[in-house]
Ligand binder design. Sequence first.
Ligand SMILES: Nc1ncnc2c1ncn2[C@@H]1O[C@H](COP(=O)(O)OP(=O)(O)OP(=O)(O)O)[C@@H](O)[C@H]1O
Length: 341
Amino acid sequence: MDRGVVDDDDADGGFIRLERVEKVFEVRKRTGFLRRERRQVRAVDSISFTVARGEMVGYIGPNGAGKSTTIKMLTGILTPSGGRLRVAGIDPSRERTRLARRIGVVFGQRTTLWWDLPLIDSYRLMHRMYRIPDRRYRENLDRCVELLELGGLLDVPVRQLSLGQRMRGDIVAALLHDPQVLYLDEPTIGLDVVSKARVRDFLRDLNAERGTTVLLTTHDLQDIEQLCSRVMVIDQGRLMYDGPLAGLHEVGESERTLVVDLERELPPIEAPPARVVRIEGPRQWLAFPASDSAARLVAHIAAAYPLVDLSVREPDIEAVIATMLHRLEGVAGPSSDRAVS
Ligand SMILES: Nc1ncnc2c1ncn2[C@@H]1O[C@H](COP(=O)(O)OP(=O)(O)OP(=O)(O)O)[C@@H](O)[C@H]1O
Protein backbone atom coordinates (compact mmCIF):
# COMPACT_ATOMS: atom_id res chain seq x y z
CA MET A 1 0.00 0.00 0.00
CA ASP A 2 1.35 3.38 -0.89
CA ARG A 3 0.34 5.50 2.08
CA GLY A 4 -1.44 5.24 5.34
CA VAL A 5 -3.35 8.50 5.41
CA VAL A 6 -7.02 8.58 6.23
CA ASP A 7 -9.14 10.45 3.70
CA ASP A 8 -12.52 11.96 4.35
CA ASP A 9 -15.46 9.69 3.64
CA ASP A 10 -16.16 9.58 -0.07
CA ALA A 11 -14.90 13.14 -0.45
CA ASP A 12 -13.38 12.09 -3.75
CA GLY A 13 -16.29 10.14 -5.12
CA GLY A 14 -16.23 6.64 -3.64
CA PHE A 15 -17.32 5.32 -0.30
CA ILE A 16 -15.56 2.07 -1.15
CA ARG A 17 -12.57 2.70 -3.37
CA LEU A 18 -10.06 0.29 -4.86
CA GLU A 19 -7.17 1.41 -7.06
CA ARG A 20 -5.21 -1.37 -8.78
CA VAL A 21 -5.59 -3.60 -5.74
CA GLU A 22 -3.73 -6.91 -5.81
CA LYS A 23 -3.47 -9.94 -3.59
CA VAL A 24 -0.84 -12.55 -4.27
CA PHE A 25 -0.64 -15.73 -2.20
CA GLU A 26 2.55 -17.77 -1.96
CA VAL A 27 1.69 -21.44 -2.04
CA ARG A 28 4.02 -24.40 -1.66
CA LYS A 29 3.26 -27.47 -3.67
CA ARG A 30 4.83 -30.87 -3.09
CA THR A 31 6.51 -31.96 -6.32
CA GLY A 32 8.54 -34.95 -5.06
CA PHE A 33 9.42 -36.89 -1.90
CA LEU A 34 11.27 -33.98 -0.27
CA ARG A 35 10.77 -31.35 -2.91
CA ARG A 36 8.37 -28.49 -2.70
CA GLU A 37 7.84 -25.87 -5.32
CA ARG A 38 6.85 -22.32 -4.56
CA ARG A 39 4.09 -20.87 -6.65
CA GLN A 40 2.27 -17.58 -6.64
CA VAL A 41 -1.50 -17.34 -6.89
CA ARG A 42 -2.70 -13.95 -8.05
CA ALA A 43 -6.13 -14.08 -6.37
CA VAL A 44 -6.91 -10.42 -7.05
CA ASP A 45 -5.17 -8.86 -10.02
CA SER A 46 -5.12 -5.07 -10.26
CA ILE A 47 -8.76 -4.38 -9.53
CA SER A 48 -10.11 -0.83 -9.51
CA PHE A 49 -13.65 0.28 -8.73
CA THR A 50 -15.60 2.68 -6.57
CA VAL A 51 -18.93 2.21 -4.85
CA ALA A 52 -20.87 5.32 -3.87
CA ARG A 53 -22.52 5.69 -0.48
CA GLY A 54 -25.93 4.00 -0.51
CA GLU A 55 -25.28 1.87 -3.61
CA MET A 56 -26.23 -1.82 -3.67
CA VAL A 57 -23.78 -3.70 -5.88
CA GLY A 58 -23.57 -7.36 -6.85
CA TYR A 59 -20.08 -8.88 -6.89
CA ILE A 60 -20.17 -12.15 -8.76
CA GLY A 61 -17.91 -14.63 -10.50
CA PRO A 62 -17.08 -18.33 -10.84
CA ASN A 63 -15.57 -20.36 -7.98
CA GLY A 64 -12.06 -19.23 -7.12
CA ALA A 65 -12.49 -15.92 -8.98
CA GLY A 66 -11.27 -13.81 -6.04
CA LYS A 67 -14.55 -12.59 -4.50
CA SER A 68 -13.87 -13.72 -0.92
CA THR A 69 -10.30 -12.43 -1.11
CA THR A 70 -11.64 -9.00 -2.11
CA ILE A 71 -14.17 -9.00 0.73
CA LYS A 72 -11.47 -10.08 3.20
CA MET A 73 -9.31 -7.14 2.10
CA LEU A 74 -12.29 -4.81 2.43
CA THR A 75 -12.84 -5.94 6.02
CA GLY A 76 -9.14 -5.76 6.88
CA ILE A 77 -8.71 -9.52 7.45
CA LEU A 78 -6.21 -9.63 4.59
CA THR A 79 -3.64 -6.98 3.62
CA PRO A 80 -3.38 -6.22 -0.11
CA SER A 81 -0.07 -7.04 -1.81
CA GLY A 82 -0.38 -3.84 -3.84
CA GLY A 83 -2.61 -0.96 -4.79
CA ARG A 84 -4.73 1.29 -2.65
CA LEU A 85 -7.96 0.55 -0.84
CA ARG A 86 -10.27 2.67 1.31
CA VAL A 87 -13.62 2.03 2.96
CA ALA A 88 -15.31 5.11 4.43
CA GLY A 89 -11.93 6.81 4.25
CA ILE A 90 -10.28 4.07 6.31
CA ASP A 91 -7.44 1.80 5.26
CA PRO A 92 -8.99 -1.52 6.38
CA SER A 93 -5.86 -3.53 7.20
CA ARG A 94 -4.29 -0.67 9.19
CA GLU A 95 -7.37 0.32 11.15
CA ARG A 96 -9.39 -2.83 11.36
CA THR A 97 -10.94 -2.08 14.74
CA ARG A 98 -12.04 1.41 13.77
CA LEU A 99 -13.48 0.04 10.53
CA ALA A 100 -15.32 -2.74 12.39
CA ARG A 101 -17.65 -0.14 13.88
CA ARG A 102 -18.71 0.94 10.42
CA ILE A 103 -19.13 -2.37 8.61
CA GLY A 104 -21.31 -5.44 8.99
CA VAL A 105 -20.53 -8.83 7.45
CA VAL A 106 -22.81 -11.81 6.81
CA PHE A 107 -21.40 -15.08 5.51
CA GLY A 108 -24.22 -17.36 4.38
CA GLN A 109 -22.18 -20.49 4.97
CA ARG A 110 -20.92 -19.55 8.43
CA THR A 111 -22.44 -17.96 11.48
CA THR A 112 -21.11 -15.26 13.78
CA LEU A 113 -23.63 -16.33 16.43
CA TRP A 114 -22.77 -18.46 19.44
CA TRP A 115 -24.03 -21.92 18.56
CA ASP A 116 -25.15 -23.06 22.01
CA LEU A 117 -26.57 -19.77 23.24
CA PRO A 118 -30.06 -18.43 22.72
CA LEU A 119 -30.13 -15.86 19.93
CA ILE A 120 -30.71 -12.97 22.34
CA ASP A 121 -27.55 -13.83 24.30
CA SER A 122 -25.43 -13.48 21.16
CA TYR A 123 -26.97 -10.06 20.61
CA ARG A 124 -26.26 -9.06 24.23
CA LEU A 125 -22.63 -10.08 23.80
CA MET A 126 -22.37 -8.01 20.62
CA HIS A 127 -23.98 -5.07 22.41
CA ARG A 128 -21.04 -5.12 24.82
CA MET A 129 -18.32 -6.05 22.33
CA TYR A 130 -19.17 -3.18 19.99
CA ARG A 131 -20.01 -0.86 22.91
CA ILE A 132 -23.27 0.05 21.24
CA PRO A 133 -25.14 2.76 23.17
CA ASP A 134 -28.11 1.15 24.98
CA ARG A 135 -30.79 3.10 23.23
CA ARG A 136 -29.39 2.52 19.79
CA TYR A 137 -29.00 -1.19 20.50
CA ARG A 138 -32.60 -1.47 21.70
CA GLU A 139 -34.00 0.42 18.71
CA ASN A 140 -31.99 -1.53 16.15
CA LEU A 141 -32.79 -4.84 17.78
CA ASP A 142 -36.53 -4.15 18.02
CA ARG A 143 -36.75 -2.94 14.46
CA CYS A 144 -34.72 -5.79 12.90
CA VAL A 145 -36.49 -8.46 14.97
CA GLU A 146 -39.86 -7.12 13.92
CA LEU A 147 -39.04 -6.80 10.23
CA LEU A 148 -37.34 -10.17 10.04
CA GLU A 149 -40.02 -11.82 12.19
CA LEU A 150 -37.63 -13.24 14.77
CA GLY A 151 -39.63 -12.26 17.86
CA GLY A 152 -40.63 -15.79 18.85
CA LEU A 153 -37.12 -17.15 18.34
CA LEU A 154 -34.96 -14.95 20.56
CA ASP A 155 -34.80 -17.52 23.36
CA VAL A 156 -34.02 -20.45 21.08
CA PRO A 157 -30.40 -21.73 20.98
CA VAL A 158 -28.87 -21.01 17.59
CA ARG A 159 -28.21 -24.69 16.86
CA GLN A 160 -31.97 -25.34 16.97
CA LEU A 161 -32.80 -22.71 14.36
CA SER A 162 -33.56 -23.60 10.74
CA LEU A 163 -31.14 -22.30 8.12
CA GLY A 164 -33.49 -19.47 7.15
CA GLN A 165 -34.03 -18.46 10.79
CA ARG A 166 -30.30 -18.60 11.49
CA MET A 167 -29.55 -16.48 8.43
CA ARG A 168 -32.04 -13.85 9.55
CA GLY A 169 -30.45 -14.02 13.00
CA ASP A 170 -27.03 -13.38 11.44
CA ILE A 171 -28.32 -10.40 9.47
CA VAL A 172 -29.67 -8.83 12.68
CA ALA A 173 -26.30 -9.44 14.37
CA ALA A 174 -24.50 -7.65 11.54
CA LEU A 175 -26.77 -4.61 11.85
CA LEU A 176 -26.99 -4.01 15.61
CA HIS A 177 -24.20 -1.42 15.53
CA ASP A 178 -25.75 0.49 12.57
CA PRO A 179 -23.01 -0.17 10.03
CA GLN A 180 -22.67 2.11 7.02
CA VAL A 181 -21.49 -0.77 4.84
CA LEU A 182 -22.84 -4.31 4.71
CA TYR A 183 -20.97 -7.14 3.00
CA LEU A 184 -23.22 -10.07 2.25
CA ASP A 185 -21.73 -13.35 1.08
CA GLU A 186 -24.48 -15.67 -0.26
CA PRO A 187 -27.19 -14.34 2.10
CA THR A 188 -29.97 -16.45 0.53
CA ILE A 189 -28.10 -19.70 -0.07
CA GLY A 190 -30.19 -22.74 0.83
CA LEU A 191 -33.25 -20.69 1.81
CA ASP A 192 -36.79 -21.48 0.69
CA VAL A 193 -38.72 -19.07 -1.51
CA VAL A 194 -40.51 -17.37 1.40
CA SER A 195 -37.34 -16.83 3.43
CA LYS A 196 -35.50 -15.52 0.36
CA ALA A 197 -38.28 -13.00 -0.26
CA ARG A 198 -38.25 -11.91 3.38
CA VAL A 199 -34.48 -11.36 3.40
CA ARG A 200 -34.56 -9.48 0.08
CA ASP A 201 -37.45 -7.23 1.20
CA PHE A 202 -35.61 -6.44 4.39
CA LEU A 203 -32.38 -5.54 2.59
CA ARG A 204 -34.22 -3.33 0.12
CA ASP A 205 -35.95 -1.45 2.96
CA LEU A 206 -32.70 -1.13 4.90
CA ASN A 207 -30.97 0.38 1.89
CA ALA A 208 -33.86 2.76 1.15
CA GLU A 209 -34.35 3.93 4.73
CA ARG A 210 -30.82 4.06 6.06
CA GLY A 211 -28.80 4.43 2.87
CA THR A 212 -26.66 1.44 3.87
CA THR A 213 -24.08 0.64 1.21
CA VAL A 214 -24.30 -3.05 0.28
CA LEU A 215 -21.82 -5.30 -1.52
CA LEU A 216 -23.45 -8.62 -2.31
CA THR A 217 -21.84 -11.88 -3.41
CA THR A 218 -24.29 -14.47 -4.65
CA HIS A 219 -24.89 -17.32 -7.05
CA ASP A 220 -28.59 -16.42 -7.29
CA LEU A 221 -29.35 -14.06 -10.16
CA GLN A 222 -32.66 -13.11 -8.57
CA ASP A 223 -30.78 -11.62 -5.59
CA ILE A 224 -29.03 -9.32 -8.04
CA GLU A 225 -32.12 -8.67 -10.11
CA GLN A 226 -34.21 -7.67 -7.12
CA LEU A 227 -31.60 -5.78 -5.14
CA CYS A 228 -28.80 -4.39 -7.27
CA SER A 229 -28.81 -1.77 -9.99
CA ARG A 230 -25.20 -2.59 -10.71
CA VAL A 231 -23.23 -5.79 -10.95
CA MET A 232 -19.50 -6.46 -11.15
CA VAL A 233 -18.15 -9.70 -12.55
CA ILE A 234 -14.72 -10.93 -11.51
CA ASP A 235 -12.82 -13.81 -13.09
CA GLN A 236 -9.30 -15.02 -12.30
CA GLY A 237 -8.83 -11.98 -10.09
CA ARG A 238 -9.73 -9.46 -12.80
CA LEU A 239 -12.77 -7.26 -13.16
CA MET A 240 -14.48 -8.32 -16.38
CA TYR A 241 -17.75 -6.43 -16.29
CA ASP A 242 -19.13 -3.48 -14.36
CA GLY A 243 -22.60 -2.25 -15.26
CA PRO A 244 -26.33 -3.01 -15.07
CA LEU A 245 -27.60 -6.59 -14.94
CA ALA A 246 -29.44 -6.13 -18.25
CA GLY A 247 -26.10 -5.39 -19.92
CA LEU A 248 -24.65 -8.60 -18.48
CA HIS A 249 -27.56 -10.56 -19.91
CA GLU A 250 -26.91 -8.97 -23.28
CA VAL A 251 -23.21 -9.63 -23.35
CA GLY A 252 -23.79 -13.12 -21.91
CA GLU A 253 -26.59 -13.79 -24.44
CA SER A 254 -28.54 -15.34 -21.61
CA GLU A 255 -32.06 -16.61 -21.89
CA ARG A 256 -34.90 -17.08 -19.45
CA THR A 257 -37.41 -19.86 -19.81
CA LEU A 258 -41.16 -19.45 -19.68
CA VAL A 259 -42.93 -22.67 -18.73
CA VAL A 260 -46.49 -22.59 -20.04
CA ASP A 261 -49.26 -25.01 -19.05
CA LEU A 262 -52.05 -24.94 -21.65
CA GLU A 263 -55.55 -26.33 -21.27
CA ARG A 264 -54.79 -28.94 -23.93
CA GLU A 265 -52.08 -30.10 -26.29
CA LEU A 266 -51.51 -27.51 -29.00
CA PRO A 267 -48.99 -26.83 -31.79
CA PRO A 268 -45.90 -24.82 -30.73
CA ILE A 269 -46.80 -21.39 -29.34
CA GLU A 270 -45.88 -18.53 -31.64
CA ALA A 271 -44.52 -15.54 -29.69
CA PRO A 272 -41.29 -14.23 -31.28
CA PRO A 273 -38.57 -13.57 -30.25
CA ALA A 274 -39.41 -16.38 -27.78
CA ARG A 275 -39.08 -19.85 -29.26
CA VAL A 276 -40.43 -23.18 -28.12
CA VAL A 277 -37.57 -25.42 -26.98
CA ARG A 278 -39.55 -28.33 -25.55
CA ILE A 279 -43.11 -29.71 -25.55
CA GLU A 280 -44.55 -32.37 -23.23
CA GLY A 281 -48.30 -32.81 -23.62
CA PRO A 282 -50.02 -29.53 -22.75
CA ARG A 283 -46.77 -28.08 -21.27
CA GLN A 284 -44.44 -25.99 -23.43
CA TRP A 285 -41.06 -24.40 -22.61
CA LEU A 286 -40.19 -21.14 -24.36
CA ALA A 287 -36.72 -19.55 -24.29
CA PHE A 288 -36.49 -15.78 -24.59
CA PRO A 289 -33.69 -13.19 -24.16
CA ALA A 290 -33.20 -12.49 -20.44
CA SER A 291 -32.96 -8.76 -21.12
CA ASP A 292 -36.53 -8.80 -22.60
CA SER A 293 -39.63 -8.15 -20.50
CA ALA A 294 -41.35 -11.34 -19.31
CA ALA A 295 -44.54 -9.34 -18.66
CA ARG A 296 -44.99 -8.47 -22.35
CA LEU A 297 -44.47 -12.08 -23.41
CA VAL A 298 -46.87 -13.37 -20.75
CA ALA A 299 -49.54 -10.84 -21.79
CA HIS A 300 -49.20 -11.85 -25.43
CA ILE A 301 -49.52 -15.58 -24.70
CA ALA A 302 -52.37 -15.07 -22.22
CA ALA A 303 -54.35 -13.16 -24.88
CA ALA A 304 -53.83 -15.73 -27.62
CA TYR A 305 -53.80 -19.14 -25.87
CA PRO A 306 -55.95 -21.03 -23.32
CA LEU A 307 -53.70 -20.87 -20.25
CA VAL A 308 -53.79 -22.86 -17.00
CA ASP A 309 -50.53 -21.75 -15.43
CA LEU A 310 -47.09 -20.32 -16.17
CA SER A 311 -43.78 -19.69 -14.47
CA VAL A 312 -40.47 -18.04 -15.38
CA ARG A 313 -37.12 -19.72 -14.80
CA GLU A 314 -34.04 -17.55 -14.46
CA PRO A 315 -30.82 -18.37 -16.30
CA ASP A 316 -28.04 -19.96 -14.35
CA ILE A 317 -25.52 -17.34 -13.21
CA GLU A 318 -22.53 -19.54 -14.04
CA ALA A 319 -23.81 -20.09 -17.58
CA VAL A 320 -24.30 -16.35 -18.14
CA ILE A 321 -20.82 -15.56 -16.88
CA ALA A 322 -19.24 -18.41 -18.86
CA THR A 323 -20.82 -17.15 -22.11
CA MET A 324 -19.83 -13.59 -21.32
CA LEU A 325 -16.20 -14.53 -20.61
CA HIS A 326 -16.06 -16.72 -23.69
CA ARG A 327 -17.28 -13.84 -25.83
CA LEU A 328 -14.87 -11.34 -24.30
CA GLU A 329 -11.95 -13.71 -24.79
CA GLY A 330 -13.02 -14.19 -28.37
CA VAL A 331 -13.09 -10.45 -28.89
CA ALA A 332 -9.83 -9.39 -27.27
CA GLY A 333 -7.95 -12.21 -25.57
CA PRO A 334 -8.26 -13.52 -22.01
CA SER A 335 -6.96 -10.42 -20.26
CA SER A 336 -9.53 -8.10 -21.84
CA ASP A 337 -11.32 -5.72 -19.55
CA ARG A 338 -13.32 -4.09 -22.30
CA ALA A 339 -16.64 -4.60 -20.66
CA VAL A 340 -15.58 -2.59 -17.63
CA SER A 341 -17.02 0.89 -17.92
N1 LIG B 1 -5.12 -18.22 2.00
C1 LIG B 1 -4.91 -18.59 0.72
N2 LIG B 1 -3.73 -19.15 0.36
C2 LIG B 1 -3.50 -19.50 -0.92
N3 LIG B 1 -4.38 -19.35 -1.94
C3 LIG B 1 -5.57 -18.80 -1.63
C4 LIG B 1 -5.90 -18.39 -0.29
N4 LIG B 1 -7.15 -17.88 -0.30
C5 LIG B 1 -7.60 -17.96 -1.58
N5 LIG B 1 -6.65 -18.51 -2.37
C6 LIG B 1 -6.74 -18.73 -3.82
O1 LIG B 1 -7.11 -17.49 -4.42
C7 LIG B 1 -8.02 -17.67 -5.48
C8 LIG B 1 -9.28 -16.86 -5.21
O2 LIG B 1 -9.99 -17.43 -4.07
P1 LIG B 1 -11.31 -16.78 -3.45
O3 LIG B 1 -11.65 -17.60 -2.24
O4 LIG B 1 -11.12 -15.33 -3.28
O5 LIG B 1 -12.38 -17.05 -4.61
P2 LIG B 1 -13.98 -16.88 -4.61
O6 LIG B 1 -14.29 -16.07 -5.83
O7 LIG B 1 -14.43 -16.33 -3.31
O8 LIG B 1 -14.47 -18.37 -4.81
P3 LIG B 1 -15.79 -19.15 -4.24
O9 LIG B 1 -16.95 -18.69 -5.07
O10 LIG B 1 -15.42 -20.57 -4.51
O11 LIG B 1 -15.91 -18.82 -2.79
C9 LIG B 1 -8.26 -19.17 -5.58
O12 LIG B 1 -7.38 -19.69 -6.56
C10 LIG B 1 -7.87 -19.67 -4.20
O13 LIG B 1 -7.41 -21.00 -4.27
